[in-house]
Design a protein around this ligand. Structure first.
Ligand SMILES: NC(=O)c1ccc[n+]([C@@H]2O[C@H](COP(=O)([O-])OP(=O)(O)OC[C@H]3O[C@@H](n4cnc5c(N)ncnc54)[C@H](OP(=O)(O)O)[C@@H]3O)[C@@H](O)[C@H]2O)c1
Length: 324
């Protein structure tokens, strides 16, 4: 069966990669925010009735972690209420909903990778709204896959990779948080793994994980773990090795040389961000492997792959870092 797929968030880091890959599986209808704003319940109901998708992939989200603290109504509408309505409409149509959530549902007090059954305890508004979205989807009764991921970056959009590259053209010394541990995950690897699983689910007659049996919450991040400090060092090492005329790299640095000579680790406290973040948010991907046979590459390999990507940036890089 070739499903009709409704994709939200196609301008985002993950959404744009899914928009590129999902046509392998079916016909993709991907309205932008002006045609489907997740804060508008009637628009959600209308588009679901018009498109009647068999598969709904929600890559839209409110991802500005710091801004969410003072803009909780919008964050809640986009991260929880919109997904709740998508799920209820999906249930009515018998469609399946794929949704993405975050490592920030956890408080970071654990010392070993979090598993799906660990109790969530978000430290910030973004994490609370994302957790509320997960719960609403689980409660809806719709067939669903919720993939919790972490520290997402891409060669386009707003992210740590592009922020570090820009700062490295402006400053000789960078001070980067060295006491938060997580798994940087490249949006293209996330999209490729998601699309691969969906192709198996929708096209394999022998699929062992036909829904709704496989409905549930899964962790899906790069393998391995690091700190923001180590990640910044790895980014700069790759950037120095890479060909400077890579289109996305040239766009990220605006063609200027990297002048950063020193990267210093600092504590979360010294960095003085307004919002609390988990000190440790590594997620165990064992359940994803056991159920779907899927593992994402190690974070270093994902980063190296980025630096060999010759793709022209979809959106010009932004200077603001959002969700990590
Ligand atoms: N980024 C991370 O570090 C990170 C970490 C863990 C989990 N995640 C999760 O991974 C998923 C993808 O994140 P991402 O980094 O790809 O996000 P992103 O780059 O910030 O993109 C967000 C997308 O959502 C759209 N959007 C925002 N508000 C909307 C609204 N009211 N109605 C409809 N669309 C709206 C945006 O459209 P516009 O372009 O029009 O604003 C954009 O297409 C999200 O569920 C996120 O919570 C991300």
């Amino acid at each position: 069966m070739k499903p009709t797929i409704l994709l939200t968030g196609k301008s985002g880091q993950l959404g744009s990669e899914l928009d590129r890959l999902l046509p392998k599986l079916g016909e993709v209808i991907a309205p932008d925010r002006k045609d489907l704003d997740l804060r508008e319940p009637e628009k959600i109901r209308q588009i679901m009735r018009d498109v009647k998708p068999q598969l709904l992939v929600n890559a839209a989200a409110y991802t500005a972690v710091d801004t969410a603290e003072t803009d909780q109504a919008n964050a809640l509408a986009i991260n929880a209420e919109g997904p709740r309505l998508l799920a209820l409409e999906a249930k009515k149509l018998g469609a399946m909903l794929v949704h993405f959530s975050t490592d920030y549902v956890f408080d970071g007090s654990k010392k070993a990778p979090y598993v799906e059954t660990d109790p969530p305890n978000p430290l910030n508004a973004y994490g609370r709204t994302k957790l509320a979205g997960e719960q609403a989807i689980r409660d809806s009764g719709a067939a669903h896959l919720i993939f919790r991921t972490s520290w997402v970056y891409a060669t386009h959009g707003r992210n740590f990779l592009l922020t570090i590259l820009r700062l490295a053209t402006e400053r000789e010394e960078l001070k980067i948080v060295g006491d938060q541990v997580g798994a940087p995950t490249c949006a293209s690897d996330l999209a490729a793994a998601t699309t691969g699983m969906l192709v198996d689910i929708f096209t394999s007659a022998k699929s062992q994980f036909t829904l709704p049996e496989a409905s549930g919450t899964y962790h899906m991040t790069a393998t391995g773990q690091t700190t923001w400090y180590e990640f910044a060092n790895a980014i700069l090492a790759e950037a120095r090795r890479a060909s400077q005329d890579l289109p996305w790299l040239a766009s990220a640095t605006k063609g200027r040389p990297l002048i950063a000579r020193r990267v210093l680790p600092i504590s979360t406290e010294e960095f003085r961000l307004p919002t609390r973040r988990p000190a440790y948010s590594v997620l165990s991907n064992a359940r994803l492997m056991q159920t779907f046979g899927v593992t994402l590459p190690d974070w270093r390999t994902q980063l190296q792959n980025c630096f060999s990507s010759k793709r022209i940036p979809a959106n010009p890089p932004s200077v603001v870092s959002s969700c990590e």
